[in-house]
Design a protein around this ligand. Structure first.
Ligand code: APR
Length: 318
């Protein structure tokens, strides 16, 4: 195929991303992991499913970044996931070390690629990827808002008993407890949510969205969500590879937009062949803007503490 997508981290999220990319025939897939045998085994398994699924994507598993050469997109899912009682921020030191080593290899072997970061804590990991790669900001982004909005959409659709396809939602800010779901910019068949639901029901759905990741960690106990995160990352990849010009909430490096400077925070962007092609401005109320700035402050604090994170190049201890 004329497109190549490298997926780093062949765990729950990475393997599911690889499966969805191949089944949507978005390009050939290279699955990379630090553990010998795992990416090879999962890639072979996916290859053997191809005749039944009816796609011709080549899926290669490897421990060698050379296979990522010429990749259009690199989706980074390497890192440790949360366990019950952990916040995304608790992953900071370990995952920052992993991110540094991974991105150095990506930048060496696929210098023209667009990076989509999935590893948590998301916004801080984007910062590491941006710094280590030296790529322009158009080519480094994080997957968070699409997932958070999908969770919000799923809860709204269930509450109102309507198709998920009728529901659009906007979630801004960091990918953590301070995220900012925007009911005013969330609609059901074009009708804004505040016209359809009582404020306390909206507040309950917003709260469930904020805790969406933790709710799943609490149920799984041994790891975190992966089906919806993989779907979200693949939607972003598809928008880029097919030059869809889709407007999606993504973590991007802001340089003054929304009054935020020098920080990765989730805002609506237009995704196309060049990556982040536009940062879409939304008119926010004072209250919404204050919530976004509060979320940005939490991201800034976490990102600033990265200076203390140690380099980490070996397999994780869990
Ligand atoms: N290089 C490449 N792969 C690595 C490295 C590294 N330096 N360190 C760890 N990995 C791999 C692991 O070997 C494992 O296969 O990353 C994979 C992570 O997979 P899981 O443990 O199944 O975690 P997953 O649920 O996929 O989550 C990965 O995405 O959603 C986020 O918070 C989540 O940060 C976590 C990441």
């Amino acid at each position: 195929m004329d497109r190549k997508i490298a997926v780093v981290g062949a765990g729950n999220v990475g393997a599911t991303v690889a499966q969805r990319l191949a089944e949507k025939t978005l390009g050939d897939v290279v699955l990379i992991d630090i553990i010998t045998g795992v990416p090879q085994g999962k890639a072979l398994d996916l290859t053997e499913a191809a005749p039944i699924e009816g796609h011709d994507a080549a899926i290669v598993g490897t421990n060698d970044y050379e296979a990522a050469a010429g990749a259009d997109i690199v989706i980074i899912t390497a890192g440790i996931p949360r366990k019950p009682g952990m916040s995304r921020d608790d992953l900071l030191t370990t995952n920052a070390g992993i991110m540094r080593s991974v991105v150095a290899e990506v930048a060496r072997h696929a210098p023209e690629a667009i990076i989509i970061v999935v590893s948590n804590p998301l916004d801080a990991m984007c910062h590491v990827a941006y710094e280590v790669s030296g790529f322009p900001r158009e080519r480094v982004m994080g997957m968070a808002g699409v997932l958070d909005a999908a969770r919000f959409r799923a809860f709204i659709a269930a509450e109102l008993r309507v198709s998920v396809e009728n529901v659009h939602a906007t979630v801004l800010g960091g990918h953590g407890d301070t995220m900012v779901p925007l009911p005013r910019y969330s609609t059901v068949a074009g009708v804004p949510l505040p016209e359809l639901l009582a404020p306390e029901r909206i507040a309950a759905l917003v709260e469930r969205t904020r805790n969406g990741g933790a709710e799943i960690v609490g149920l799984l106990k041994t790891g975190s969500a992966f089906y919806a995160p993989a779907s979200a990352a693949v939607e972003m990849a598809e928008a880029i590879l097919r030059d869809r010009k889709k407007i999606l909430p993504c973590a991007v490096y802001l340089q003054g937009e929304y009054g935020i400077d020098g920080l990765f925070v989730g805002v609506p962007v237009k995704l196309g062949r060049r990556g982040v092609e536009e940062i879409v401005p939304l008119r926010l109320t004072d209250e919404e803007l204050a919530a976004l700035h509060g979320s940005a402050a939490a991201v800034r604090e976490l990102t600033a503490s990265l200076g203390k994170a140690k380099a980490f190049a070996g397999p994780h201890p869990l």
